[in-house]
Design a protein around this ligand. Structure first.
Ligand code: FAD
Length: 256
């Protein structure tokens, strides 16, 4: 019978000795920490070259009403991107990528109750948002994000009952895959889109027999599509059990 253990940080691959198939939902930094000297020097060097992108500074608010957008049309959207014109957003993103913290970053705001009224309890609702900031940024996200929302929704601060934040520098303690607050688990450069996390015929395999990577630091990269895990599982089944199934990218057309 299979047993699932949750809420436990694995600190050394030795903890999994005797397990014939291991799929690690970790990035290169996490894999280096777990496997250390077990990995060949060349592969370790390649993993160390893996680069991380900008961080996210996230704030969670409890508010007592919808976001008071100056443009009421925005109140119809569950997710709103704040950044001004396309040119302004490009400039903000370039600055952040260069490691320069600005005071008016690109911010993504989510008011889930717009599409799911069940999120409103006794007139109170959650609103969360994150700003794009330089990797490892330590600034207080609540202030950064609150000020930015206030520009587009005057009076927002008066609706806030409680708030908490997670600076980019603090993400790793919550999820070791988000190095410096990079919630994409690695910069999305052209190189790292193709060679993710390293250049390898089958990127889910590692030099360690029976050990596979299946996180967003493998192709096709971040997002909640589940494809990294799916493709890693197919790779493992092929190698460990000789299964020859081709990837079914339609998932049996269950969504058709
Ligand atoms: C605030 C935020 C908003 C996002 N918004 C979107 C969105 O709108 N759309 C979208 O598509 N994607 C979004 N993403 C990105 C998306 O969530 C990720 O790309 C995706 O979850 C990555 O999946 P993963 O399996 O690689 O890793 P994760 O989902 O990060 O899961 C990895 C898990 O492994 C655990 N772990 C790591 N190391 C160890 C260890 N040594 N021992 C034990 N456990 C360990 C971590 O704690 C974590 O629970 C968002 C992410 C964040 C943080």
């Amino acid at each position: 019978m299979a047993t699932g253990v949750v809420g436990q940080r694995v600190r050394d691959l030795a903890e999994l000795d005797g397990v014939s198939l291991v799929l690690l939902d970790v990035g290169p930094a996490g894999f280096l920490e777990l496997a250390g000297d077990r990995l060949p020097t060349g592969y370790r060097r390649a993993l160390r070259r893996y680069g991380y992108g900008p961080g996210a500074a996230k704030a969670d608010f409890l508010v007592d009403g919808p976001v008071p957008w100056a443009d009421s049309l925005l109140g119809m959207a569950g997710t709103v991107h704040l950044g001004g014109t396309a040119e302004e957003i490009s400039r903000q993103e370039r600055e952040v990528a260069a490691g320069r913290p600005g005071t008016a970053p690109f911010v993504l705001v989510v008011d889930p109750a717009v599409t799911d009224p069940g999120r409103v309890v006794n007139g109170r609702r959650p609103v969360w948002a994150y700003a794009h900031v330089p990797n490892g940024d330590t600034r207080d996200p609540v202030e950064l994000v609150r000020r930015r929302i206030e520009e587009y929704a005057p009076g927002f601060s008066d609706t806030v009952l409680a708030a908490r934040g997670r600076a980019a520098a603090d993400w790793e303690a919550y999820n070791p895959n988000y190095v410096g607050g990079d919630i994409a688990a690695g910069a999305l450069t052209l190189r790292q889109s193709l060679a993710r996390p390293t250049l390898r015929a089958d990127p889910y395999t590692t030099p360690l027999p029976g050990v596979y990577l299946c996180s967003a630091a493998t192709p096709p990269g971040p997002s909640v599509h589940g494809m990294c895990g799916y493709l890693a599982a197919l790779s493992a089944l092929r190698r460990q059990h000789g299964l020859r199934a081709a990837p079914d990218l339609t998932f049996g057309r269950q969504y058709a």
